[in-house]
Design a protein around this ligand. Sequence first.
Ligand code: C2O
Ligand code: CU
Length: 500
Amino acid sequence: PYANTTTAVNYTWAAPTAGWLSPEYKWFFEYPLPIPAVKQPRFVYTNNQTGAVVDYYEIEVRKLTKQIYPNLPPTQMIGYDGLQPGPTFMMRKGREAVVRFVNQSPIDISTHVHGQYNRAPFDGWAADYAYPGQYKDYHYPNAQNARTIWYHDHTEFATGLNVYLGLEGFYILTDDEEQALNLPSGKYDIPMSISAKQYNNDGTLVYDTTSNYGIPGDVIQVNGQPWPYMAVEPRKYRLRFLNGAVSRTFTLSLHEGFDGQQLDFDVIGSDCGLFAQPVKANSVALSMGERYEIIVDFADFKGQNITMRNARGVVGSLDFAGTDQVMRFIVGNSESGNSGNDPVPSALRTMPLTPEANITKKFQFARIGEEWVVNGVGWADIEHRILTRPTLGADEIWELHNGNGTGVHPVHIHLVDFQILSRSGGRGKILPYEAAGLKDVVWLAPNETVRVVARYAPWPGVYMFHCHNLVHEDHDMLVAFNVTNLAKWGYDKTTLFIDP
Ligand code: C2O
Ligand code: CU
């Protein structure tokens, strides 16, 4: 009954060329970067209560089969509209959306748009499933500024597996301010979900959650394709990086040739949208769930290759030397557009003022015994998992501490945009592009303490916060906060959502 309105990605494999473990890796950069299809609404209506214009979408969660390695049997996965990554939602601020997620798969699902300002429980509460054969409708206000966000599964105790099986996609929001900027757009604006997986020789995915650091994976993929290439013009591109991996951090850089000189680029935005000004860098570090957007100029590299590489760094408690190749840009000789050489705008947006908070709350992320927990509490502890109750509109500093050496805990707080205030211990300093924008995930390295400030608005209700190493989240580093509306009700009440 639910028509699939998405055009499938044109995605085929050539005949096998080499064993995937052969030392020559002959087929690195042999397959093009897939660009996820854009999801189209089924119809548009006007809400007769609010007057809002609402786009209505339907998307099906279903099984898919995908050839990952040319010489291995295809892999069974689960994806939105049967695609991995799922189709991209393109939204505009002020225009609302209702999305029906229809579960045509054999697993339970709960869908979260990571970075959407949304009223609980439409936020994708982990215990609010659609069972196989059911659907759920979510209403997205799209009330925030332009930003690169993403949607993914959030089912309790199964988020890691479900995302690993393919349940992730982009949700890109734009606004008038961004559209006025003349940033590279259309085919020069590329969403890139970078993840890491591991496959058995029969093509099945390896999902072994017994290690301390989760699922690091042995092959890095971009938009689901191991080591792709992309033909580009000698001009500026906007690249939107998302770390969509279950357990792997990335530090990305661009190199002349295979591993030559590192390119400089402009970082223009992060999780919660554009910066005030671009920040120069030659690498960006992303823990799981984080986004950074860059503008890179290929104009000086006509006829050359540029390779994206990842500095391995810390995986769990192990620190790996060296870099991996991620993908290749093959720079052509001519440009078809005409604004590819326009300078990067020096002023990107007016940032909201950083709140002055006088409330500080402390949260310790640590492994205790067999489980990862927050202040000693895990998701299964239903009685205690609401750790704190900010008053609607309150400004609060949260001091996040990584309590032991079992790896990076990328801390994601639902609902709010936060500013990183300080970092001590561990890596010890805030990177310039971390400080330049508002965030919804922060890299919390072993033994670090990071202070973040946010305004707990605009909605009351119960929201989650958790580690975005999804294996940690599932076992059991996922807790909640209840934004309460004292002014309205005069007492501490769960205003919209009753936690069981
Ligand atoms: Cu990206 Cu609570 O999730
Ligand atoms: Cu963690």
